[in-house]
Every structure is written in structure tokens, then in C-alpha cells.
Design a protein around this ligand. Structure first.
Ligand code: IPE
Ligand code: IPE
Ligand code: MG
Length: 241
């Protein structure tokens, strides 16, 4: 079966999972963190090259201080608790987006954990925090404009690769598969450039319920896709064009 190298996930539905049970939203985040742990472990075991998790969007900063505080505390807890196992499994951790608006404790926890896992030669786990796909592209454009302004390149030499080289995902393989849980069929400003040829998998399952078996179903669906990258269909047996 065709296995993706790079999978990204929009982990949505924590709030609805909790309110459906008459519980406060934070409970959904707590159980959702367990799903994240299980999916990271499974992805590592399957030897995926890269897993990118949409953990907090730039727009999520509009949520209440209380909810955000809970999410950051949960992140601190997991970074500390999972470090050793991630290291044992050769996982390398990176943050995409920005840590500037995060509480100082979470910022240092992320920096320490990135340093701790820096030598990992296995899967690259990217956590998107305060991430904003359009801003990632406009920041890349600014840096390309600087290259042109300083004479390092000419405007007519700018290619797709020039822009891609300025994105935070530069070191990662092409994105093969995007999974979104929680039933919405939208991208919510995630990896806009990188999604160019990715397969999209939407499931109504809410993130706290999305576990290893559900992940395998998504990977299986990917395995059945014929990716054409603009070429003609090759699996038809009906002869001439
Ligand atoms: C995703 O779940 C987690 C974050 C955005 C932090 P939500 O909190 O968006 O859950 P719903 O979509 O309201 O159910
Ligand atoms: C997307 O979920 C962001 C994350 C899962 C981190 P949202 O719940 O914020 O997205 P919208 O608001 O439904 O588009
Ligand atoms: Mg949501």
C-alpha cells in the first residue's frame, strides 16, 4: 500500500466532544491531547517521515484567556511527560507558526524540548502554534523581496522553489495527506501553499475519539488514491485517449 511520507492533521472537535457530554470545553482538550499522543506514537511506528499537527491557529487566540491558559498548561504537561519517549523513538520536534504570543513558561518548555529532541533522526513532528497560513506566505514574500532588493537575485528569477525555500516547512517532504476531524470541510488557514497536491480526508469523528484505528483507516484511504499530479489517468483499461 502506498504510504504517505508527510501527513498533516487539523485536530478539530474537542469543544463539541465535551459539550456533547455536558462537560466544560477543556475536558475535550484534555482527552484530545491523549489522541494526539496516540497518533504521534502510531505515525512514528509506521515510520512516517513527517507529521504536522495544527495545535493552535492564530485565530484561536481570540478565545477566552481561560481556555487558552488550559491549552498551554496541557501543552507544558505533555512536552515534559513525552520528551523521553519521543527521544527514544527518534522523533525530532519543531514548532511552526510563532511562539511569541505564548506564555513565557510554554515558550521555554518548547525551546527546551526542541533542543532535547534535536538529534532525532526519525519522524519530524511539527506543532503548529499561533500558525497562520497566509502570514507564512506573506513573510516568505518579504524575504524574497529582500533578496531582490539586495541584488542577490532578479525578480524574474523567482520560482515556486524560491518561495517554498522561505517557508517554515522547507526541510519537510511534500505534504501528501491532510486529515481534518470534527466534520467541517475547510482548511482554516492551515498550510495553504503546501496543500497544492495533498489528498484531503475529512471525517465527522471528533478529535478526542480519533485514535490509532481511525488514523489507519485514513491512511488506507490515501493508499487507494491515484495521485495524478496533472497527468492523465493511468488506471483505466479502456485504451485510446
Ligand atoms: C480544536 O477543537 C482544538 C483547538 C482549536 C485548540 P475546538 O476547540 O475547535 O473544538 P470545537 O470545534 O469547538 O468542537
Ligand atoms: C482549526 O480549528 C484550528 C485547530 C484545530 C488548531 P478551528 O476550530 O479553530 O477552525 P474553525 O474556526 O472551525 O475554522
Ligand atoms: Mg473547532
Amino acid at each position: 500500500m502506498n504510504q504517505p511520507q508527510h501527513v498533516a492533521i487539523i485536530m478539530d472537535g474537542n469543544g463539541r466532544w465535551a459539550s456533547g457530554r455536558g462537560m466544560p470545553r477543556y475536558h475535550g482538550h484534555r482527552v484530545g491531547a491523549e489522541s494526539a499522543r496516540e497518533i504521534v506514537r502510531t505515525a512514528g511506528e509506521l515510520k512516517l517521515k513527517a507529521l504536522t499537527l495544527y495545535t493552535l491557529s492564530g485565530d484561536n487566540f481570540k478565545r477566552s484567556k481561560r481556555e487558552l491558559g488550559f491549552i498551554f498548561a496541557l501543552l507544558d504537561h505533555y512536552l515534559l511527560r513525552e520528551r523521553q519517549e519521543l527521544q527514544k523513538n527518534g522523533v525530532c520536534l519543531r514548532v511552526i507558526g510563532s511562539i511569541e504570543r505564548l506564555p513565557p513558561k510554554t515558550q521555554s518548555m518548547l525551546q527546551e524540548t526542541e533542543a532535547y529532541l534535536q538529534a532525532g533522526k526519525g519522524m519530524v513532528l511539527s506543532i503548529a502554534l499561533d500558525y497562520h497560513g497566509r502570514s507564512e506566505i506573506s513573510a516568505a514574500c518579504q524575504r524574497v523581496a529582500e533578496l531582490v532588493a539586495t541584488g542577490a537575485m532578479q525578480a524574474n528569477e523567482i520560482t515556486d522553489a524560491t518561495v517554498a525555500n522561505q517557508l517554515q516547512t522547507v526541510a519537510l517532504p511534500e505534504l501528501d495527506l491532510l486529515i481534518r476531524t470534527g466534520g467541517e470541510q475547510r482548511i482554516s488557514n492551515f498550510l495553504l501553499w503546501q496543500l497544492a497536491y495533498a489528498e484531503l480526508y475529512f471525517t465527522p469523528t471528533l478529535w478526542p475519539d480519533f485514535r490509532a484505528a481511525d488514523f489507519l483507516v485514513a491512511l488506507e484511504a490515501f493508499g487507494k488514491c491515484e495521485r495524478r499530479f496533472g497527468l492523465e489517468q493511468v488506471s483505466m483499461t479502456t485504451g485510446s485517449p
